[in-house]
Design a binder for this molecule. Structure first.
Ligand SMILES: [Zn+2]
Length: 205
């Protein structure tokens, strides 16, 4: 699914745009109700970004954002969700490996919903430690020739990095992301690393 960026014209993005046309046919009230009900059902657990329900919700969120659904106040925000300051939709944060730079990403407008520095210190510490452990592993995918050549067998280094990535992402989804449920009713995490070719199915929890 990649980062599922809304602008790209890659074949996969075009396919997702096609999937998303279903929500274009929803009127504003139906769309708002569908989103509010689905958010209610998400509550109380962490979700893989690759989960089909999250994928479906993301498509609805793109439509909802385009149509400013949450500003129209057609339905009340589902119980437990606060309003995101970025776009005033219910706060549904996404955690990614880039959390130190991007903070928590809003699933409605794709902007930063919460800066990393605004998280409680007791959550910042383990997340920072994890991200700093992950960064050099991820960097192997982007090594230039001057880093690759001395290694001799780059393919093996890449494969070792992918295995390390699977373990680290597993720990992320299993141990770290759930800690944020103390703050938010639902948390989504990116369960893949496209640069290291780590897929969701490579990360058992
Ligand atoms: Zn937002």
């Amino acid at each position: 699914m990649g980062a599922m960026s809304d602008q790209s014209d890659s074949p996969l993005d075009l396919l997702w745009q096609e999937y998303g046309t279903i929500f274009r046919d929803f009127d504003d009230l139906s769309l708002a109700r569908w989103m509010a009900q689905t958010l209610g059902q998400f509550k109380g657990r962490v979700w893989r970004y690759s989960h089909p329900l999250i994928g479906a919700y993301r498509l609805a969120a793109i439509q909802g954002h385009d149509r400013q659904i949450w500003l129209k106040r057609l339905v009340s925000s589902p119980h437990g969700y606060t309003e995101a300051t970025c776009c005033r939709a219910p706060l549904l944060p996404l955690l990614t490996r880039d959390i130190l730079e991007t903070g928590l990403i809003c699933q409605h407008c794709s902007g930063t919903a919460i800066e990393f520095a605004d998280l409680p210190a007791e959550l910042q510490a383990p997340l920072k430690q994890w991200a700093e452990e992950y960064a050099p592993v991820h960097a192997v995918a982007h090594w230039e020739d001057n880093r690759r050549k001395p290694i001799g067998n780059y393919d093996r280094a890449f494969e070792q990095a992918a295995v390390a990535s699977e373990k680290l992402l597993g720990r992320f989804g299993r141990e770290l992301v759930p800690k944020l449920l103390e703050l938010y009713p639902t948390v989504v995490w990116e369960d893949q690393d496209e640069c290291l070719e780590v897929r969701p199915e490579d990360i058992p929890l």
